[in-house]
Write a protein that binds this ligand. Structure first.
Ligand SMILES: CC(C)(COP(=O)(O)OP(=O)(O)OC[C@H]1O[C@@H](n2cnc3c(N)ncnc32)[C@H](O)[C@@H]1OP(=O)(O)O)[C@@H](O)C(=O)NCCC(=O)NCCS
Length: 179
């Protein structure tokens, strides 16, 4: 039997398991070219890709490889984004990723979701480290990571587009002051 999904709540957000009703909003986000480019995600060409997105998300959760939350904003009908912890093979670390729909950028919602997922990662799962990567030009993402205490590890070139990326980490002992 698989583990129950760990829904999370913040003052403005509910983080819950993705479902069929999220596919249309996922497709709108995934086909925002600038957003996909910033996140380094492929752009789907048909909404049928949404079924594969959902199946993969569910499969990775069932296999214990990742937890991806759909982000609901209180009072907003469709999910406004996703946030994901992808567990690494040593099981004590995970990679963090997040995408919000453009209409919801710039309101502190990405920071609010990321802070709560980090609390879950360190307090509930007792992970030792959370890692993140962002394009060097992705100033909003890098700002969120810096505010949450991530430390820069190295710069590297993303071989898919030749752009510079930054690799950052947050260790559990350093994160305790966040919560
Ligand atoms: C990254 C993303 C989730 C940020 O969400 P958000 O809710 O807009 O972020 P927040 O409002 O919580 O915080 C953004 C911070 O970056 C700052 N910021 C935003 N754009 C900036 C820019 N161009 N230059 C400098 N700082 C910038 C904001 O001022 C804010 O910092 P502050 O809290 O000190 O004022 C959203 O922009 C997104 O979905 N982008 C596309 C996908 C993506 O890049 N995902 C991350 C992949 S690593």
């Amino acid at each position: 039997m698989s583990a129950p999904f760990p829904s999370l709540i913040t003052p403005r957000l509910v983080l819950r398991a993705p479902g069929e009703r999220d596919i249309a909003a996922w497709f709108v986000r995934a086909t925002d070219i600038e957003s996909a480019s910033l996140a380094g995600d492929p752009v789907p060409d048909h909404i049928s890709a949404g079924e594969r997105w959902l199946a993969r998300s569910r499969r990775r959760f069932a296999e214990g490889r990742a937890t991806q939350w759909s982000i609901d904003q209180k009072g907003v009908a469709d999910a406004i984004g996703t946030i994901t912890l992808s567990f690494e093979s040593d099981a004590r670390a995970a990679a963090l990723g997040f995408v919000l729909a453009r209409a919801h950028w710039g309101q502190g919602l990405g920071s609010e979701a990321a802070r709560e997922v980090l609390r879950y990662a360190f307090e509930t799962l007792a992970l030792e480290q959370v890692r993140a990567e962002a394009a060097a030009r992705n100033l909003a993402s890098l700002r969120i990571l810096a505010k949450l205490g991530f430390n820069h590890v190295e710069s590297f070139i993303d071989e898919t587009d030749g752009g510079r990326c930054e690799r950052l980490v947050l260790d559990g002992d350093a994160a305790s002051s966040l919560f």
